[in-house]
Every structure is written in structure tokens, then in C-alpha cells.
Design a protein around this ligand. Structure first.
Ligand code: SF4
Ligand code: SF4
Length: 454
């Protein structure tokens, strides 16, 4: 089956339960942001800039668990910031699993191997030696780490263990050259590859999480799927990157520029996702086929942002993961007090100008599953997609030149920093790693494209 039966059945049962009860609005996935601190400063990441990244500003563990219990979403995506920095991440994951949630840990991958070593230490016995030998042979752990693992784990804290209810969801925006440039640190892609290999050796489920931007090379995204399919990952999340609100207004008012020069419009999104249905057949793409048809421009959907709510240090963020018009103390209060009719695009008309170009998964993916904008045969299509056999592993992944940057001696971060400085000087903002202005990302990606042509 494309996805584990128990997971698909759990999600289907949740939808059927609420449909029978005629619940007008309910949560499918909780985006839980326990903190906004991150060890990376990716170009254009608004998250680490919109909120405080001070480690003091964290959601207490019990509030995180209470939020999940309140909204009852069957899936929880633990994101941030970098969730592995959250000091009680193990307790959080254990608590969510105890509540019978499906948990996705959305990570940049840099601290993942450390957590995998903790798991090995917790289960260590001499019977584990062949596995340690295999990991050492493949250079996925060092001799020093093997020594630490052999000492065992005695602090009494839980560890993150493999279960069918858990996925590592690793941020991957392209192959090595592109990815390291976007995350502004050389070696991150390679670390992600090693972490994914190690997680698979230990029996974890792993997915990749990719955002497509205006300058994203679609062929490279396809190669990225092929490469990670070959490594044995269990699925891929893909969503159009879309800039909104403050950045867009600023561009028009202050800089007198046309946002369409920089942002992924609906028209461009449809072009970038022209092959999404084909990808859905070849790879285990997360998301409903109805949403995939929407991305490919074959049908319309209505935004159901209330189905993927975001909870963070300031409360329940409304109306959606992208836009912030307010925060509410409870999910119930947010559902009742937000005028949901003000948002989204209906029959081509944006109810809110900021929604005009949005086609992101957190607004529209649940629409497909929930049967809003229903067309005959949709339920069968979704059922068939989830319960049908999984596409086979891509066998020729070794032919993909995935390590095409830092690993083969192309240091290129200096070039990236120079581009950032240029962008900062042009806009009069401070320089340094990514100001949140998406033009920086565009400039970086344009450089990659130019370099490739050269
Ligand atoms: S996009 Fe990058 S900087 Fe932002 S939270 Fe994720 S890893 Fe950190
Ligand atoms: S369409 Fe929905 S998800 Fe997209 S920005 Fe508007 S409210 Fe948010």
C-alpha cells in the first residue's frame, strides 16, 4: 500500500466520524511550533524572523500536548524553528504518540543523527553489535559515537523510537548545490543524506519536505525525488512556496516593484506543478490526488485553512500557517471568532487580496480530503490513491549527481553571502544571513541557474 494501512484507516475514520456528526469545521493536521529557534538561517525563512527565536520563548510541554488534545487532529506536524532544539522533544513525541497521534518531526536534519544515536544507546545490548558494525562500515557513526552508544543511556528520559505512527520529515529543497545554498551552510545536504540513510537502517519511516519557488528547476526536483526514492524514503511532501502579505505590500509601496516579478503566482504554480500527477504515480507523494489536480490547474478548490491549524508560543494562529491576523487561546475560540468567509479564493476571485496567489498545502490539501468543492468520483480517487500499492523504489538513483556541491569541492557559500549583501544594499536592510526578503532567495537561485548555464 502507498501508505501504512493503519495510518490511512485512522485518517479516514476521523473524517467519517466528523461527517456523520456533521461537524462543520475540524482539524486534520496540527502544525505545532514548540519554539522558533533554529540553528540555520535559511534564505527567505520568515518563520525565524516573524517570531522571537529566544530559547526562553518556548511553548511548555503540557501546553503542546493540551493543544493536540483540544483540536483532536489525527496528525501532528512538529515544526518550528528546528524542533530537535526543543529541550523536551522526546517527551513531546512520546506524549503525542500516547495520545495516538500520527507524528511528523519536520527537521532540517542537522541534529537527527544525534537523536538516532540516543535511541541506539537506549536499546544497547551486545546483540546490537552487528548493527553498530554496519553503521561504522558505512561511516554513519564514528568510533567515538559507537563507544558512547555502548555505554547505554541512563538518564531515564524517553528516546525517539521507530514506530509506524512516526515519520522524520526532512527539509530538502534540491540536490546538494542548491540545498546548501538555500540553507546557507555547506554540508547540510550531505548530513541529511547520512541521517536519512541511518534512520532507514534503524527501521524509521522518513519523508522529505520540499518547497518549490519561482526559480526552482523542476527537473532537479524530479531528480531529488528519484535520488531519495532510491535511498528508500517513504514519501515526499511538496508545496508551492508563496510569499504573502507584508513582503508583498512592502514591495509595492516602498520599492514600487511588481510582486509578480518575484513571487510564485497561481499561473506560475500551475506551470511548475504541471507534472505533479505524473510524480504522484511514480513516487509516494503525500497529499490527495484532488489537491494534486488543483496544483496542476485542472480544477478549483476552496481554502480550508481551519483544517490545518497552527499552534505556537502566542496561541492559535489565525487564519493560517502563512498569514497572521491574530492569535487565540483555544482552537474552539479561533474557529468561532474568525470570519472564515473572508479568506481564500472562490471561483477565481480572492476574498482577501493576500490569498490571491496561494495554493499551499496547508490551505488546500485538506480541501481534497474533506470533499469541499466535491466532484463526482473524488472519494474513490482519494481512496484508490491511499490504499493502492506503493510506487516501486527508483532503481537508478546512483546515477543522479546528488552530491554536486560542497562534497565535490565546490565551496560556494562565499558567492551566496555576496549575493545577500547585494540584495541587502539594494533594499537598505541589514546584511547577514537572509533578512526574510524573498528576493534574496530569487537572486541566489538565479545565480545557480546562471552558473548551470555557464
Ligand atoms: S526554513 Fe531553515 S531557518 Fe527556517 S526554521 Fe526551517 S531550517 Fe530553520
Ligand atoms: S488561501 Fe487560505 S491558506 Fe492561503 S493565505 Fe489565504 S487563508 Fe491562508
Amino acid at each position: 500500500m502507498r501508505f501504512p494501512f493503519a495510518l490511512s484507516a485512522k485518517i479516514a475514520a476521523h473524517i467519517i466520524k466528523h461527517k456523520l456528526r456533521r461537524t462543520p469545521k475540524f482539524a486534520m493536521v496540527l502544525q505545532l511550533e514548540p519554539l522558533h529557534t533554529c540553528n540555520l538561517t535559511c534564505t527567505g525563512c520568515g518563520r525565524i524572523r516573524e517570531y522571537s527565536t529566544n530559547l526562553k520563548d518556548m511553548v511548555p510541554l503540557e501546553h503542546c500536548l493540551a493543544a493536540a488534545a483540544e483540536c483532536e487532529a489525527p496528525m501532528v506536524s512538529v515544526c518550528g524553528g528546528e524542533p530537535l532544539i526543543y529541550p523536551q522533544i522526546e517527551e513531546l513525541v512520546a506524549g503525542l504518540l500516547e495520545q495516538s497521534r500520527i507524528v511528523y518531526i519536520c527537521t532540517n536534519g542537522t541534529a537527527m543523527r544525534k537523536k538516532l544515536c540516543d535511541y541506539l544507546a537506549a536499546i544497547y545490548s551486545p546483540a546490537l553489535e552487528p548493527k553498530l558494525a554496519e553503521l561504522l562500515r558505512e561511516k554513519l557513526i564514528t568510533d567515538k559515537q559507537a563507544g558512547t552508544i555502548r555505554q547505554g543511556k541512563t538518564d531515564g528520559r524517553p528516546v525517539i523510537r521507530p514506530t509506524r505512527w512516526l515519520y522524520w520529515n526532512v527539509h530538502i529543497d534540491g540536490l546538494e548545490y542548491t540545498h546548501d545554498l538555500i540553507v546557507e551552510r555547506e554540508g547540510v545536504f550531505r548530513e541529511c543524506v547520512e541521517a536519512i540513510k541511518m534512520a532507514k537502517r534503524l527501521g524509521f519511516q522518513v519523508a522529505t519536505n520540499t518547497t518549490v519557488y519561482k526559480e526552482t528547476d523542476v527537473q532537479e526536483i524530479e531528480d531529488t525525488f528519484r535520488f531519495f526514492s532510491w535511498l528508500g524514503v517513504d514519501g515526499h511532501t511538496i508545496s508551492p512556496g508563496y510569499d504573502y502579505d507584508a513582503a508583498k505590500k512592502d514591495m509595492v509601496k516602498r520599492l514600487g516593484r511588481d510582486p509578480e516579478d518575484f513571487f510564485l503566482t497561481r499561473e506560475l504554480t500551475v506551470k511548475k506543478f504541471a507534472k505533479i500527477l505524473d510524480w504522484g504515480r511514480q513516487f509516494t507523494i503525500f497529499g490527495t490526488p484532488v489537491y494534486q489536480e488543483f496544483l496542476a490547474g485542472r480544477r478549483d478548490l476552496t481554502c480550508t485553512a481551519w483544517a490545518i491549524p497552527t499552534y505556537n508560543v502566542r496561541g492559535w494562529k489565525a487564519p493560517c500557517y502563512l498569514m497572521t491576523d491574530g492569535h487565540y487561546p483555544t482552537y474552539r475560540e479561533m474557529l468561532e471568532r474568525v470570519d472564515w468567509e473572508k479568506y481564500g479564493v472562490v471561483q477565481g476571485v480572492a476574498r482577501d487580496a493576500r490569498c490571491e496567489n496561494c495554493m499551499v498545502h496547508c490551505g488546500y490539501d485538506p480541501s481534497g480530503a474533506l470533499g469541499t468543492s466535491y466532484q463526482r468520483g473524488d472519494h474513490w480517487k482519494n481512496f484508490r490513491y491511499n490504499f493502492w500499492p506503493r510506487p516501486p523504489r527508483y532503481e537508478r538513483g546512483h546515477e543522479i549527481q546528488a552530491l554536486n556541491g560542497f562534497s565535490v569541492g565546490k565551496g560556494h557559500l562565499a558567492e551566496a553571502k555576496a549575493t545577500l549583501k547585494e540584495a541587502a544594499a539594494r533594499s537598505g536592510t541589514s546584511s547577514g544571513c537572509g533578512s526574510g526578503d524573498s528576493r534574496e532567495r530569487e537572486a541566489l537561485l538565479a545565480r545557480i541557474a546562471a552558473k548551470k548555464e555557464a
